[in-house]
Write a protein that binds this ligand. Structure first.
Ligand code: FAD
Length: 455
């Protein structure tokens, strides 16, 4: 009898945790060759996204926020590539390997954890001129871009050009946008020492959000404290304001104001990986609707979790009336339940429902500043920063990665930044989708053609 094959799509927060749990729970079956686990991921690392703003700010190096898969995955097979379509009827994942070859990968159980991509809005100029902040490439590019703006402003004699190059706009007042604006403001502040011809008052950071509050999940009081803190540091926070248009030299806001700038960082929301559209199933707010045991409705062998899934929140009142938010906290915990449910389904045992009470949020505002809301406590300042950094160390999946991060923090604390641009993609233009797995998915027609060619 051939082995039962479990295919895991993606090795991020949810995917890696699910694979590790499957390796543990199916140790015997894997050793005897009764089950095989195949994980498909484009890169050979899991990315710890919450520390990306610190990569952009130069506090830690890019490699430090990666968890190497060859070390983290012991018994499962790794297939480097991207799943570009799923045929639920034939039970096949179509994989484009990194050598561009496209192959069919049949499965007995499928776990989809392809995460999310930056959500695009129909705003003129956004795709062309906006910069994303959702992967290593984007974080490294953003750092280079910000430093190059200061360098070019320093070398310019045109006051208008100088002002535009020294003005930076971040859109999205969630934790990703707030941390990005806060940590990069510290970077430009520190870098000014290296550009003696630049007037420090020229450098301006603006954080824009359509909502009336920053990070509503922090609660009103902490949200207001974060807002005060950012404003005291000179970061302009524009709430209840959206973006109307973006050009190479400016951003027009919905209140009619125009900010001359060459930098717009877009962090205003995410949407599920385009892979979910190839499933041809119902989507809720762009995510795949799942049952409470994390299965794709109507498909007993397919599990969807993490940012790609619309999972009913059983802690909401009434239970299931809301969806679990797309956070690492939920992705990791869903992975444990999904892996256990896959094992239970193979053994003919009952499946468990996913229910998790949110443990709160930690937000690093750079240096010694942070706000944190762990277990309903409200913390600010140095204590919040200690809790924030402690939380990241606890959540990072590998001792090696934890050690790198701590070492980088210490080095940065005592040695500061070297402010170099590594020349990443020098001279190339970046767009919000340049670094994301958003292209090359198979259309419904292409999937049908593959199915009829195979039959
Ligand atoms: C800047 C930033 C800061 C954040 N801070 C926090 C925080 O402080 N706390 C928190 O809880 N959450 C935070 N988040 C959100 C958190 O990172 C996500 O909710 C979490 O990563 C979701 O996990 P996931 O496994 O669903 O997706 P991911 O972790 O994104 O993993 C998806 C994986 O799938 C791979 N993949 C994508 N498409 C395919 C495909 N077609 N085929 C194969 N593989 C594919 C990707 O390469 C990736 O490895 C932050 C996010 C960002 C961007």
């Amino acid at each position: 009898m051939s082995a039962q094959r479990i295919v895991v799509v993606g090795a991020g927060f949810a995917g890696l945790k699910a694979v590790q749990r499957l390796e543990r729970e199916l140790k015997g079956e894997l050793a005897r060759g009764e089950v095989e686990v195949v994980v498909v991921n484009p890169h050979d690392y899991m990315l710890y996204l919450p520390l990306l703003p610190q990569v952009a700010a130069g506090v830690i190096t890019a490699q430090s926020v990666t968890v190497p898969l060859p070390r983290a995955i012991k018994r499962a097979q790794r297939l480097p590539g991207q799943v570009v379509g799923v045929d639920l009827q034939r039970k096949v994942a179509v994989v484009r390997k990194i050598d561009e070859n496209v192959v069919d990968l049949p499965y007995d159980r499928l776990i989809i954890t392809a995460g999310s991509v930056t959500r695009q809005f129909d705003i003129p100029g956004l795709e062309e001129h906006g910069l994303g902040m959702k992967n290593l490439g984007e974080a490294a590019y953003l750092r280079d871009h910000v430093l190059s703006q200061l360098e070019l402003a320093n070398a310019s004699t045109d006051p208008e050009e100088r002002a535009a190059r020294c003005s930076f706009v971040v859109v999205g007042g969630g934790y990703a946008g707030t941390e990005t604006a806060a940590s990069l403001e510290l970077l430009t502040d520190a870098a000014l020492k290296r550009f003696p011809r630049l007037d420090p008052t020229l450098v301006k950071w603006t954080l824009v959000d359509i909502a009336p509050r920053l990070m509503p999940e922090l609660g009103q009081r902490l949200g207001e404290e974060a807002l005060d803190l950012l404003r005291r540091r000179g970061i302009g926070v524009r709430l209840e304001t959206g973006v109307e248009e973006v050009t190479a030299d400016s951003v027009t806001l919905t209140d009619g104001s125009v900010i001359p700038t060459k930098t717009l960082v877009w962090t205003a929301g995410v949407t599920a990986s385009p892979l979910v559209k190839t499933l041809g199933v119902e989507l809720v707010r762009g995510r795949v609707k799942t049952t409470t045991d994390l299965r794709l409705d109507g498909y007993e062998d397919v599990f969807v979790l993490g940012d790609a899934a619309a999972v009913p929140d059983l802690t909401a009142s009434p239970p299931g009336s809301a969806l679990c938010p797309p956070t690492a906290q939920h992705a990791t915990r869903q992975a444990v339940i999904a892996a256990d449910n896959v094992v239970a389904s193979l053994r003919g045992q009952p499946l468990r429902e996913y229910k998790h009470h949110d443990l709160g949020l930690v937000v690093d505002l750079g240096g010694t500043q942070a706000v944190a809301h762990p277990l309903k406590l409200r913390l600010t300042g140095m204590l919040a920063q200690l809790v924030t950094r402690g939380y990241h160390l606890y959540a990072l999946p590998q001792a090696r990665t934890r050690a790198r991060v701590v070492f980088n923090w210490i080095l940065h604390l005592f040695g500061g930044d070297d402010f170099i641009r590594i020349g990443f993609l020098h001279g190339r233009k970046s767009e919000t989708s340049s670094f994301e797995e958003t292209r090359d998915y198979l259309s419904e027609e292409e999937m049908k053609q593959r199915a009829s060619a195979a039959s």
